[in-house]
Design a protein around this ligand. Structure first.
Ligand SMILES: Nc1nc2c(ncn2[C@@H]2O[C@H](COP(=O)(O)OP(=O)(O)O)[C@@H](O)[C@H]2O)c(=O)[nH]1
Ligand SMILES: [Mg+2]
Length: 219
């Protein structure tokens, strides 16, 4: 049946968060097959709907490319609330963007980490191609920051969009976890359905047996 909603049905939403200028739009565009752009055009909030074929099944994913920093706090909150997985980006040559990224991870943990289900998050240190003398955050510091947020499921990765290094991995980590969780949920639903059906059949059988023994007392 055709949907009356103007929006396509999506399986998951993944938000890219982080300060302005760290490479969120570049990461997403490169993942979606567009070429790397040296120019920085500040993003408002962009939504990309993309279909992926995994194990013979199509998954529709909405990517939310958010504006950096505090420019649009309401939009930021909306992206946090509506998304199922997160890619939090900072630039390796920018300490402020790292501090901002840890604060964003705190917010995600606060908002999403209270349920039983953990939330897939990848923390990305981008611009690995820069001169290492300009590096402001050590890998150790970043790993430590990630480890303190134990309710978040995921990992820390260093990428370079410029040299197309580990861009795909940043996305496949989050997407892979979401698909795994969706399949596990489906399996659980089927198991529960099967068990309900078995119970119903057993009840019916018991009722028939009682009826055959002439002990049925229904009117
Ligand atoms: N050297 C380098 N520059 C990058 C990299 N990724 C993005 N940039 C540049 O950083 C600037 C900001 O990128 P953009 O994707 O617009 O950042 P956003 O504001 O976080 O979406 C642009 O000039 C990009 O060309 C990278 O891996 N290495
Ligand atoms: Mg952008």
């Amino acid at each position: 049946m055709a949907s009356s909603s103007p929006f396509p049905q999506v399986d998951f939403c993944i938000a890219l968060l982080g300060s302005g200028g760290v490479g969120k739009t570049s990461l997403l565009k490169t993942f979606l097959g567009q070429t790397f752009d040296e120019d920085h055009l500040p993003t408002v909030d962009d939504y990309y709907v993309h279909t992926l074929l995994v194990d013979g099944r199509h998954f529709t994913i909405c990517f939310v490319d958010t504006a950096g920093s505090y420019s649009f706090p309401v939009m930021r909150k909306l992206a946090l609330t509506m998304s199922h997985g997160f890619i939090v980006v900072y630039a390796l040559d920018d300490m402020r963007s790292f501090v901002e990224a840890t604060s964003i991870m705190d917010q995600i943990s606060e908002l999403k980490g209270k349920g039983l289900d953990s939330v897939p998050v990848v923390l990305v240190g981008n611009k690995l191609d820069i001169d290492m003398s300009n590096r402001k955050v050590s890998p150790q510091k970043a790993h430590e920051a990630f480890a303190t947020l134990c309710r978040l499921e995921g990992q820390y990765l260093e990428t370079s969009v410029k040299t197309n290094w580990r861009v795909e991995k940043a996305f496949s980590e989050v997407i892979g976890t979401l698909i795994y969780k969706a399949k596990a949920k489906e399996r659980q639903t089927w198991k529960a359905r099967l068990s309900r059906r078995k119970k119903r059949l057993a009840k019916r059988r018991k009722f028939k047996e009682t009826e055959n023994h002439g002990e049925c007392n229904l009117m």
